[in-house]
Design a protein around this ligand. Structure first.
Ligand code: SF4
Ligand code: SF4
Length: 464
């Protein structure tokens, strides 16, 4: 079977010849010019061996200036692609009414997942963003800096001095009832865990975006899903969970921002959008959400009577927002109240998607970018006569345990496909309760598996 090939386009005029893309390319496709410079006087990157490109996107991910666009190209023998709907790229500025952008029509735009997160934050009435740049999520902060929402909606955008500072700004902002957001990548999210635990203990809402890269430690800047355990087990000290949403497209990156804020305020809890370098960096067609004005102070007082912001002080007295309680009896009561809240979330907020499970003998369970790859693997397996279905958890916590248990009753085996060493597989095994074999397949070090590798793993581990 022919492999899908790749091609890259370098924005030569933006390139500064740093060589990062050349080093990151696993197939030596790229090189720097030796006798030509761009208008800035820099040598620039070009496709020296176009036939070698596999479309892995590593070059686009590492480029600090966003110069590279990667395209997948069909092999010559492949069936013609279905013609996509016309994509209208709108770059105009929305009109203002009372200093709030008002949308007249839904826009369809082509953009990166990280950029969609930033646009969605401005559009869904976010009051403040605090973050620190780290690959592969820096475009969130960069896009917000370009959008300048402080001049339109009044949203604050602040580059903090560190991830620790950013999460504590989130704690402070959320404690006043404001809709606040931060973003980082893996190692940066690890630094934030103390603050996330404080927020969960003090019941402070806030949205945290994790665009995962490979670990452990500083690891790599390429995509990974190795923060599954960190995200779904709370991540910091104490007994708590945060709601974890896993988008698998640029559209869901945009859609999940407002959903995350709604859940954060409904349950007074931090909510994490757990994505990765693939979804953060890839460009897709997206319909951005309509503009929603930021809440007024009166609305905030009505919706957040617990907030510590001085508003409504005369009516309600002093609000103290803290996770500290020195009386163990009171602290146990507080913990039990938190556990009751987590139980309610688990009962009401599970989200998932299934594809082709009705007649399937084998099930692949995968989330985020791994689900996109697995959907292709599913159709390749069916071409080989193996009936495979896909189960995509959208909430990783709460995990769709009962739903996986039910669907696995008609299956012969389950494969979890994760871009890690095997983390979600333990939750799937717990759900399936040893009724059928559950195996794991994944790649490490920032390598994103090919759909054919997934089919081969399924055959080797389960079908035989
Ligand atoms: S997409 Fe991958 S293979 Fe192609 S040039 Fe970029 S890094 Fe190299
Ligand atoms: S990483 Fe970007 S800026 Fe650096 S050489 Fe490659 S294209 Fe140019």
């Amino acid at each position: 079977m022919s492999k899908i090939k790749g091609a890259v386009v370098v924005d030569v005029d933006r390139c500064k010849g740093c060589n990062l893309c050349v080093v990151a390319c696993p197939t030596q496709t790229l090189a720097l010019t030796t006798n030509e410079v761009n208008h800035k006087g820099y040598v620039y990157s070009y496709m020296a061996q176009p036939d070698s490109c596999i479309g892995c996107s590593s070059c686009a991910i590492v480029c600090p200036d966003g110069c590279i666009s990667v395209y997948k190209t069909k092999p010559a023998t492949a069936k013609p692609a279905v013609v996509a709907d016309k994509v209208e790229i709108v770059s105009g500025v929305a009109p203002l009414v009372n200093n709030v952008p008002v949308e007249e029509e839904r826009e369809v735009v082509l953009m990166k997942g990280n950029e969609a997160i930033a646009h969605a934050a401005v559009r869904c009435g976010c009051d403040g963003y605090f973050g620190y740049p780290i690959t592969p999520q820096s475009e969130v902060l960069e896009t917000l800096a370009e959008l300048k929402p402080w001049e339109t909606t009044g949203m604050v955008v602040l580059q903090a001095e560190s991830e620790v500072a950013a999460i504590n700004m989130l704690y402070g902002g959320g404690g006043t009832g404001k809709r606040v957001m931060t973003s980082s990548a893996s190692v940066g999210i690890a630094l934030m865990q103390e603050g996330i635990s404080y927020m969960a203990g003090a019941e402070v809402p806030g949205v945290i975006v994790n665009v995962q890269r490979g670990g452990p430690g500083l690891g790599t800047i390429q995509p990974s899903q190795s923060d599954y355990n960190q995200a779904t087990r709370g991540g910091g000290n104490g007994d708590y969970n945060v709601i974890v949403l896993a988008p698998n497209s640029v559209q869901e990156m945009a859609d999940f921002v407002d959903q995350a804020f709604e859940l954060a305020f409904k349950y007074r809890t931090p909510v994490m959008i757990l994505t990765d370098g693939v979804i953060g960096q890839m460009m897709e067609k997206v319909v951005l959400p309509p503009y929603k004005p930021r809440r007024t102070e009166a609305e905030l007082v009505a919706e957040c009577p617990w907030a510590s912001n001085g508003n409504g002080l005369k009516q309600r007295g002093v609000n103290v927002v803290t996770s500290l309680e020195l009386d163990p009896v009171e602290m146990e009561k507080k913990n039990l109240q938190l556990q009751a809240k987590f139980k309610k979330i688990a009962e009401n907020e599970v989200r998932y998607e299934t594809v082709g499970c009705e007649d399937a003998d084998y099930l692949i369970v995968a989330f985020g970018s791994a689900a996109r790859i697995s959907e292709k693997a599913m159709s390749l397996a069916r071409e080989r006569g193996i009936k495979v279905g896909l189960f995509r958890p959208i909430t990783l916590w709460p995990f769709p345990e009962a739903e996986i248990r039910e669907i696995s009753k008609t299956m012969k085996g389950v494969l979890t496909m994760e871009i890690n060493a095997g983390q979600m597989v333990f939750d799937v095994r717990a759900a399936v309760e040893s009724q059928i074999p559950v195996a794991h397949f994944g790649r490490l070090g920032g390598i994103v598996p090919d759909p054919e590798e997934v089919v081969n793993a399924l055959v080797e581990k389960l079908v035989k």
